[in-house]
Design a binder for this molecule. Structure first.
Ligand code: GLN
Length: 188
């Protein structure tokens, strides 16, 4: 198995380390050449969605990524990654991948006080997972066919639609491998 990690900006190295801990090969995607390598899944990290979208546009990555995801390539998006995958973003109208039927609010917890940590349960993954939120989005609503996997303080923070998995928090910034393991089970 080989996983592509979008590495335009943000916490891509941390995802690569998590996957290595699980014995899974990955490679970083910075341009179309990188992207054209064979892959079994894609990870889109947390970071700054504004910067990622700008570079994706410059590198002509929108169409090929969107097509691959629509064709069923499994994808996991964390935080900014979730924003890139959302069909609707309440407070941002820029072009994005828009492959997942969710409506997201960006910087939903406020810009300054937006970073916090809780332990929470994720359906099908486990209990008391460490959840680190950094200027995070949350999911305001989901469409048919989207499964809600985690709710914190009444807000949806993880969801799945077929082979697409998103979370508001950063599993890659903890040493808990369960979210990545869960994603790999979706890939298999
Ligand atoms: N606030 C960021 C954005 O809107 C996401 C933050 C993150 O990925 N930690 O892109």
């Amino acid at each position: 198995m080989k996983i592509a990690i979008l590495a335009l900006q943000g916490a891509f190295e941390e995802h690569q380390k998590m996957l290595a801990c699980l014995g899974v090969d990955s490679f970083l995607v910075r341009n179309l050449n990188d992207w054209n390598q064979p892959k079994d899944a894609l990870v889109i990290p947390g970071g700054e969605s504004t910067a990622m979208l700008r570079i994706m546009n410059d590198e002509h990555l929108f169409e090929p990524l969107r097509c691959a995801i629509m064709d069923g390539l499994p994808v996991m998006g964390t935080c900014a990654g979730m924003i890139l995958l959302a069909k609707n973003v309440e407070n941002d109208s820029r072009e994005r991948l828009a492959t997942m039927d969710i409506t997201v609010l960006r910087n939903a917890y406020g810009r300054q006080l937006g970073s916090f940590y809780v332990d929470g349960n994720v359906e099908g993954v486990g209990e008391n997972l460490p959840m680190t939120f950094i200027r995070a989005p949350y999911i305001m609503s989901v469409g048919d066919g989207v499964e809600v996997l985690a709710v914190v303080d009444g807000k949806i923070v993880a969801a799945r639609q077929k082979s697409q998995l998103v979370c508001s928090f950063h599993p890659e910034l903890t040493d808990d491998l369960r979210i990545h393991q869960f994603f790999l089970s979706m890939v298999e």
